[in-house]
Design a protein around this ligand. Structure first.
Ligand code: BG6
Ligand code: MG
Length: 211
C-alpha cells in the first residue's frame, strides 16, 4: 500500500499564516494587546475561536458572548480581504514541485486544515482539485491538537494512520499528528517544532525517499 500524504494548508502550502497574523494583530491592538512572534507561533494551527480566547487572555480582556462573536467576524472579514487578493503567486516555495512529484508517484493526498476558509483559499491558489480528501474546520468537532482532523483524512484516504505522513508548520498540528500515530514532517525549525520527526524549510525540500 502506498503511504498517504496529509498536508496542512496555512503556512505549509501557502503564505496565509502571515495574513492570519496581520488580521489578528489588528484586532488585538484594539484591546491594547501587541502580538509578538512567540504569540504568533503559539497561534498557528489553532482554531479561530481558540485563537481569540488565547489573545484576550494575554491581558485579561473580558468580552460578552456578542462582543466575542463580533470580534471573530471582524477578524475573519479582515482576513478575507487578504484572501481576495490571493492567487497562485502565494504558493510557498517548492509546492508546485511537491505536487508534481506526488502525482507522478501516484501518492494519495489529503488536506487537513484547521481553517473554515480552506476550500476558498484552495480555489484562489488553484489547488482545489489536487486532493482525494479535504478535511477542514467545517467537518470536524475537535480542532488540533486533537487528532480528529488527521484521523478523518486518513480514513477518507483508506490508509492506516501509521502509513500516513503529516506536513505541518504548527506545534498544535504536530501534536495532533503524533496523537494520531502518524509520521511527522515539520515545516520550520527544530526549535519551533521540537516534536516533529524531521524538519524542512518548505515542501520543495522534502525527499520522497524518506517515505
Ligand atoms: C489555521 C491557522 O490553519 O486555521 C490559524 O494556522 C487559524 O492561524 C485557523 O486561526 C483558523 O482559520 P480560519 O480561516 O477558520 O479563521
Ligand atoms: Mg499551518
Amino acid at each position: 500500500m502506498k503511504p498517504g500524504l496529509i498536508l496542512d494548508l496555512d503556512g505549509v502550502i501557502c503564505d496565509t499564516a502571515h495574513f492570519h497574523y496581520l488580521a489578528w494583530s489588528e484586532l488585538a491592538s484594539e484591546y491594547g494587546i501587541i502580538l509578538t512572534e512567540a504569540h504568533n507561533e503559539a497561534l498557528k494551527g489553532v482554531s479561530r475561536n481558540d485563537s481569540l480566547t488565547y489573545i484576550l487572555a494575554i491581558n485579561g480582556t473580558q468580552l460578552s458572548d456578542d462582543e466575542f462573536q463580533s470580534a471573530l467576524t471582524k477578524k475573519n472579514n479582515r482576513y478575507l480581504e487578504f484572501v481576495q487578493e490571493m492567487g497562485p503567486q502565494h504558493l510557498l516555495p517548492g509546492v508546485a514541485y511537491f505536487f508534481q512529484e506526488a502525482k507522478s508517484k501516484k501518492l494519495p493526498l489529503a488536506l487537513g486544515s484547521a481553517s473554515k476558509n480552506a476550500v476558498l483559499v484552495l480555489e484562489r491558489i488553484g489547488l482545489a482539485d489536487v486532493f482525494q480528501a479535504i478535511v477542514d474546520a467545517n467537518t470536524v468537532k475537535n480542532g488540533k491538537p486533537h487528532p480528529e482532523t488527521f484521523l478523518k483524512a486518513a480514513e477518507l484516504l483508506g490508509i492506516p494512520p501509521t502509513q500516513c505522513w503529516v506536513f505541518e508548520d504548527s506545534a498544535a498540528g504536530i501534536q495532533a499528528a503524533i496523537a494520531g500515530e502518524m509520521n511527522t514532517i515539520g515545516i520550520g525549525t527544530p526549535e519551533a517544532l521540537p516534536l516533529a520527526q524531521r524538519h524542512i524549510p518548505n515542501l520543495g525540500a522534502f525527499d520522497f525517499n524518506w517515505l
